[in-house]
Design a protein around this ligand. Structure first.
Ligand code: FES
Length: 186
């Protein structure tokens, strides 16, 4: 599906003026395109390339470097399980297996992940999400959830907000730490 004219106009009129060159606007343009389309297709790379005066291969090269850019459609809920050391030591691999088992999908590895037939969930591994002290950590649509061990997966799927750690002060929450330090509490 082609990008809407409204989105193209927005990129030209709102995004371009913020950057010294069109090329520098690539990440923001890709993000907006994904927001509209849900994922980034070859057609989108061509359209973005045309707007930014870049070869589609250059556009794809940047998009494929970052796991947050989707190269295929993802479910309404994108569940990402951290597969870095702190989380793996604390059971992330088992969490991943249980999630896939519970949702009835086969996880074949890689960052593409797997999606349920109804398009509701995609499960995939990701890199450290900076919630190592709440391992195993999970992201759902880029919100943080912690201590999602395999034995808690059923409860997690039933009520994700019970595992939401964004409201809790964490050792890696630099803003909270900075405020605490100013108040002499850290
Ligand atoms: S290692 Fe998993 S959040 Fe850092």
């Amino acid at each position: 599906m082609p990008l809407s004219q409204q989105l193209k106009d927005r990129i030209v009129n709102e995004i371009f003026p913020k950057y010294p060159t069109r090329r520098a606007a690539l990440m923001s343009s890709l993000w907006l395109a994904q927001d509209e389309q849900g994922w980034l297709s070859d057609e989108t790379f061509e359209e973005i390339g045309e707007l930014l005066e870049l070869h589609p291969t250059d556009v794809e090269a940047v998009a494929s470097f970052y796991v947050m850019f989707h190269r295929r459609p993802v479910g309404k809920k994108l569940i990402e399980v951290c597969e870095n050391p702190s989380c793996v030591i604390n059971g992330a691999t088992e969490t991943m297996h249980r999630l896939c088992e519970k949702l009835g999908i086969e996880h074949g590895g890689g960052h593409g992940g797997a999606t349920t037939r109804d398009g509701e969930y995609t499960v995939r591994p990701t890199e450290c999400v900076a919630a190592c002290d709440k391992a195993p950590a999970v992201q759902v649509n880029y919100r943080y959830y912690g201590h999602v061990t395999a034995d808690k997966v059923d409860a997690f799927l039933a009520d994700m907000e019970a595992f939401n750690i964004e409201g809790l002060p964490a050792t890696n929450d630099l803003e909270t730490r900075a405020k605490d330090m100013k108040r002499g509490q850290a």
